[in-house]
Structure formats: structure tokens, C-alpha cells
Design a protein around this ligand. Structure first.
Ligand code: ADP
Ligand code: MG
Length: 235
């Protein structure tokens, strides 16, 4: 269970203007479900996602995950927590262009854990699962859809309990978008906590909970349960 209590994030832009990107958000995110965070551009979705992942520390409020107050940890403890518990799929993928698919999927194994044969095997299995050849030259030459699937394999290689995806369907074609949505649903069915930021109606339609954010404020407390979730019997 992930719990956000009265979380706010305030930035100052270059001119010194204060921006309240996230305002007093309280939210509970249960495992075994897809939680869609939806809202227009600039509404605070990415900021909220980065707060949940411990990339950003809220300026007020707390974030707890499995009993740990992640928002109170120092930077290196937060990084270690995130590497152990979170799989991130960034909007711009953040792949290393010069490396091939396998090299990219193995990046999380550079830190802390030894990149043993188990990790190599799971990297290869994931790439096969996502229909990307492990050795197909640098990822820079792959299609957007293939790059997205490499990013997804990388997010999953250490088997994280929490999956966070930022606009994963925004820059891929319809077939790849459907595929990503299917994968996210499958990961939730495995019992993981899946949090996906999107303004894609197809993502919201398949999510178990939809959390609407507007100007940094939640429209729906705790994420209204969707008809889809009710049909699946998910709480
Ligand atoms: N590092 C930052 N410094 C200053 N302003 C920021 C920063 N990150 C986000 N913002 C501002 O916070 C608001 C919310 O941004 P963001 O979370 O990226 O929205 P969304 O993902 O919904 O498009 C925007 O006004 C954005 O310009
Ligand atoms: Mg964003």
C-alpha cells in the first residue's frame, strides 16, 4: 500500500515565480490494481508520479510505502528504496542510445546488485516477451514502439512491486499502445501496484482507479473506482 498524506510540491521558476504544482494531495494506492492519474498538460501529473517514486521530495506532507516513510529518507536511501521497489517508465524513455536493447535492460543491474546470470536471463526473457531482439544494434535505430518496449523491459528486470509509467502510450502507434495497456493490466493482475500517468482515454478506460488532477488538486479522493474494476472484482 502506498499512502500520500497532504502532499504538496512547490517550485520556483527562473524568474522566481512560485508554482504550486501539487496541492494538498491525499491518496491511497492499493496493490493489484492499475491506477490512472489523468489530467490536462501542466496539471501536476509528472510531479505527482515523481513524488510517489521518491525522485522528488514533497515540500509538505508525507509519502509512505509498505510502512516506510519514503519522503523522510535522505537522497541515497531514497535512491536505494526506488531501485529495489520501483520500475520507472519515463515519458521520454531515457534509454542509452548507444547501447543495444540488452545493454539498456541491464542498466538497473549496474547499481547495488550484481548483474549475475539470473538478471541476464530475465533481461533476455523480457526482451523476448516484448518481441525485441536482444542484439539488434543501438536502440537509437529502433522504432518508437520498440524503444518503449525496451523501456518497459528495463523497468521490469528487477521485478519491482511498484510500476510507474509516464504517458506510456503518448508517442507510439495504436497497436503498441494497446499492447502497453495490456501489459500494465497483466502486471496489476500479478499483484503489483501500477500507476500510470496519461491523458489517453484508453488508459483510463482500462484502469481500476482513475485519479483526476487539475491545477495540482485532486478531483476524486482515493481514485474513483471504474466500472472496469467493478467488473473485475478489484478493490
Ligand atoms: N522542476 C520544475 N521547476 C519549475 N516548475 C516546474 C518543475 N516541474 C514542473 N513544474 C511546473 O509544475 C506544473 C506541473 O508540471 P507537471 O507535473 O510536469 O505537469 P503534467 O505532467 O501534468 O503536464 C507546471 O506548471 C510545470 O511548469
Ligand atoms: Mg507530464
Amino acid at each position: 500500500m502506498i499512502e500520500l498524506e497532504n502532499v504538496s510540491a512547490r517550485f520556483k521558476d527562473a524568474a522566481g515565480t512560485v508554482i504550486d504544482a501539487v496541492k494538498d494531495v491525499s491518496l491511497t494506492l492499493a496493490p493489484g490494481a492499475v491506477h490512472a492519474i489523468i489530467g490536462p498538460s501542466g496539471s501536476g501529473k509528472t510531479t505527482l508520479l515523481h513524488i510517489i517514486a521518491g525522485i522528488l521530495v514533497p515540500t509538505a506532507g508525507t509519502v509512505q510505502a509498505q510502512g516506510i516513510t519514503v519522503s523522510k529518507l535522505g537522497e541515497s536511501a531514497r535512491d536505494a528504496w526506488r531501485r529495489k521497489n520501483c520500475g520507472m517508465i519515463f515519458q521520454d524513455f531515457r534509454l542509452i542510445n548507444e547501447l543495444g536493447p540488452l545493454g539498456n535492460v541491464l542498466v538497473p543491474s549496474w547499481f547495488g546488485r550484481n548483474g549475475g546470470t539470473d538478471i541476464r536471463r530475465s533481461a533476455r526473457d523480457l526482451l523476448a516477451h516484448f518481441d525485441v531482439p536482444a542484439r539488434s544494434g543501438p536502440v537509437a535505430v529502433l522504432s518508437r514502439g520498440q524503444q518503449q518496449r525496451v523501456a518497459m523491459a528495463r523497468a521490469l528486470v528487477l521485478s519491482p512491486q511498484i510500476i510507474l509509467a509516464d504517458e506510456p502510450t503518448a508517442s507510439v502507434d495504436k497497436v503498441n499502445a494497446e499492447r502497453i495497456i495490456d501489459e500494465l493490466a497483466r502486471l496489476a493482475d500479478e499483484g503489483r501496484t501500477v500507476i500510470v500517468v496519461s491523458h489517453d482515454e484508453r488508459v483510463a478506460a482500462r484502469a481500476d482507479h482513475v485519479i483526476e488532477i487539475l491545477n495540482g488538486t485532486l478531483n476524486t479522493a482515493n481514485g474513483a473506482q471504474t466500472e472496469h474494476a467493478q467488473a473485475r472484482g478489484v478493490h
